[in-house]
Design a protein around this ligand. Structure first.
Ligand code: SF4
Length: 283
């Protein structure tokens, strides 16, 4: 990490003390987020973090910025509304795999295709940690043993691959980090915030209490091949699909018009700078 004065970091740290279990992967992401906001000199008064439900849903309370802890699975609609209402804001959406891929799964596709300039950080612990370890859409039955009292015969469903989904749905920045490599997480969050368009930053973030995958990911994560072309969606999908291997780094990046620009075009075509004036006409 590049050095940022402790005083600068402090301005992004909220007053609420994290209650995550010691060793939870989410701590790395929180540390990286403070550092990323500080290095990019994001004004806390111009930043907002939306979250869903789950252990990672507590994220906004720990960051000194605006925050909204929403209902289950609705982190992306919240972030979308915030950014459309005020395009000047730096908007981050933070949520887990259960929140974003089960109950909220339908929103993921539309956030990717809309390409609104928000950064979606998914803290993927492959489990429902807050409710004591039920399998989530990303639990890896074929890769890591999973046997719990509420699932005595293991898992009979295959898992979702979030990176492949984001790529298939048209996200314009797709990357993967791992909580055990906080410097990389910092770098990816920074790049996600800087990217103009929808950024999906998938973080493998182990749950030490209910599904400790640190050892597994230490052994199965590998750096993105140096020759990988970030502009090739097909190559990115192929890399995301390699069995038993979790590539870390940027899979795909493409700059294109984001939804805010398209909304501005509509405003201009409608001959009104401010859609509020249209609404006012109906009051
Ligand atoms: Fe983290 Fe798991 Fe504890 Fe939740 S239950 S805070 S995900 S270690």
């Amino acid at each position: 990490m590049s050095p940022v004065a402790a005083q600068e970091l402090k301005q992004y740290q909220g007053n609420v003390k994290p209650v995550w279990c010691p060793g939870c992967g989410d701590f790395s992401v929180l540390t990286a987020t403070y550092q990323a906001l500080a290095e990019l000199k994001v004004d806390p008064a111009r930043a907002v973090i939306a979250s869903g439900i789950g252990c990672s849903g507590r994220f906004p309370a720990y960051v000194n910025a605006y925050g909204f802890h929403g209902v289950h699975g609705r982190v992306l609609p919240l972030a979308t509304g915030m950014k459309i209402a005020n395009p000047e804001l730096t908007v981050m959406a933070v949520g887990g795999d259960g929140d974003g891929l089960a109950i909220g799964g339908g929103h993921f596709a539309h956030a990717c295709r809309r390409n609104l300039d928000i950064t979606y950080v998914m803290l993927d612990n492959q489990i429902y940690g807050l409710t004591k370890g039920q399998p989530s859409p990303t639990t890896m039955p074929a890769l890591v043993e999973y046997k719990k009292s509420h699932q005595p015969y293991g898992i009979i469903e295959d898992r979702i691959n979030p990176v492949s989904m984001a790529l298939a749905y048209g996200a314009t920045f797709v990357a993967r980090g791992y909580s055990g490599k906080v410097g990389l997480v910092l770098d990816l969050i920074k790049q996600g915030i800087q990217h103009k368009g929808f950024s999906f930053v998938h973080i493998l973030s182990p749950c030490v209490t209910f599904y400790n995958t640190y050892e597994f990911f230490r052994a199965h994560t590998v750096a993105m091949p140096a020759e990988h072309e970030e502009g090739s969606r097909l190559d990115a999908i192929q890399l995301a699909q390699v069995p038993g291997k979790f590539y870390l780094g940027v899979f795909y990046r493409h700059e294109g018009p984001d939804l805010s620009e398209r909304i501005s075009m509509v405003k201009q075509k409608a001959g009104r700078e401010d859609l509020a004036s249209i609404a006012a006409a109906y009051v």
